[in-house]
Design a binder for this molecule. Structure first.
Ligand SMILES: Nc1ncnc2c1ncn2[C@@H]1O[C@H](COP(=O)(O)OP(=O)(O)OP(=O)(O)O)[C@@H](O)[C@H]1O
Ligand SMILES: [Mg+2]
Length: 397
């Protein structure tokens, strides 16, 4: 997969940006707050349909403009056939999408599966030490790329959760009787159980797939001293906490059975009725789940050193890349946002030596001296100042 051209109009701090990328490596250099990450974010949106730092679409549109336009020309498949992607993001939150000039009905879901990217940024340390929502968002954004059906399922799940929350809030405000509330909740709970079980089983399958690959990378990065483990911690727990334990003991047969999952989901919802009523919001389901990283059987969030946390993120990102490559038969574009300043020499070496040979990489930095010389050879250097390209040259090192 090769991003050949990117044009941004009224996007973040770019009124009009055009970049052509003929090299395998593009280094985006500039001082702080000039727009380096904005370019990687735009590329990542074309792959995942979402930004992990914008709260709403309006943040992505140049201040006071109506909409932003993102155009990409991509070489896809083994024959690198051309794909033209045009995404319009309105400040109101509506989007429009054309692929090869054909308008698509579902701009979010139809964008997915055309272009693949893996973004690795210094903020990814929050994957380990940040809140559960950061880990859920990461999980979802990877699965979106792998399975566009999952995006639709997730949308319908979230819609039901929003409706259920509105009902719970209203019930508290008007003092609705328990019996009436129970009856009215049933319709939303049924939908939540249906779409939520699909979300849950897709996530569990993904964890099952990424776990051994990430473990293997971590084992090699740490020279066999650190054993990584990933456990999906679900809010839907049976008496024996079947879901989490089956992940850690590789007995996923117990959870792959959808009917069992639905029964467990229903039981958990029934058991939490009083809590949901008291809190006025839905507390059970994949929107409240978490992912736990363990190093040598201890929770990384509390015990791992900064260096160990960086290693885990590196292992996870390389595993993500490997899964996309395997499942989609495409080498995703790699987006490295300021990571070289964060990684020591041995981790930089590990990253560079574990990438597929022909991977296209975009990398941001404030100083070329942060980057290994070997990596700079033959790279395109784009210098950015205040949302404009001030230099576009090939590195002569
Ligand atoms: N919607 C927007 N409209 C206009 N400008 C914006 C918008 N959103 C962000 N910006 C501007 O974009 C700039 C930040 O861009 P970006 O995060 O890409 O910087 P950066 O070069 O990666 O900096 P750093 O090296 O600090 O990470 C800031 O100047 C910010 O004010
Ligand atoms: Mg940045």
């Amino acid at each position: 997969m090769h991003l050949k051209k990117l044009k941004l109009v009224n996007y973040r701090n770019y009124l009009d940006f055009e970049g052509k990328f003929h090299h395998l490596k593009t280094i985006i250099i500039g001082q702080n707050a000039q727009g380096k990450t904005n370019i990687l974010e735009a590329i990542n949106i074309l792959a995942t349909a979402q930004s992990d730092r914008a709260e709403k679409d309006n943040d992505l549109v140049y201040w006071n403009k109506e909409h932003a336009l993102l155009f990409a020309t991509v070489g896809a498949g083994r024959d690198l056939h051309l794909l033209e992607i045009a995404l319009q993001i309105n400040s109101s939150g509506r989007r429009k999408l054309k692929i090869n000039d054909i308008a698509k009905k579902a701009p979010q879901a139809d964008l997915l599966g055309n272009f693949f990217a893996v973004m690795f940024s210094c903020d990814d340390l929050y994957l380990i030490k940040g809140s559960p929502s950061i880990r859920r968002n990461w999980l979802d954004s990877v699965i979106f790329q792998l399975d566009s059906k999952y995006h639709r399922t997730m949308q319908s799940y979230q819609k039901s959760i929003t409706q259920k929350n509105a009902l719970l809030k209203n019930a508290r405000e008007i003092g609705m009787s328990r019996k009436t509330l129970k009856e009215q909740l049933e319709i939303w709970n049924e939908q939540i159980i249906n779409s939520g079980s699909d979300v849950l089983s897709t996530r569990l399958d993904f964890i099952k797939e990424i776990r051994p690959i990430a473990k293997d990378f971590q084992d090699n990065i740490s020279k066999h001293t650190e054993a990584l483990d990933l456990i999906y911690k679900s809010t839907i727990e049976t008496d024996k906490n079947v879901i989490a334990r089956s992940q850690s003991h590789e007995q996923s047969a117990a959870v792959s059975d959808k009917e069992t999952l639905k029964t467990q989901f229903k039981k958990a919802l029934d058991n939490s009725f009083d809590e949901e009523l008291a809190r006025g919001q839905s507390v059970i389901g994949p929107h409240r789940d978490d992912l736990i990283f363990l190093i040598n059987e201890k929770e990384a969030k509390s015990f791992a050193s900064q260096g160990q946390q960086r290693s885990i993120v590196l292992a996870i990102k390389l595993a993500e890349l490997k899964i996309i490559e395997k499942r989609k038969d495409e080498i995703p574009v790699l987006l490295l946002d300021d990571v070289f300043a964060e990684l020591d020499e041995s981790r930089q070496d590990f990253l560079l030596h574990n990438l597929p040979k022909n991977i296209q990489t975009f990398l941001t930095t404030t100083h070329l001296s942060n980057i290994q010389k070997e990596f700079l050879k033959g790279a395109q250097i784009l210098e950015i100042k205040n949302g404009q390209v001030v230099e576009n040259a090939e590195c002569r090192i």
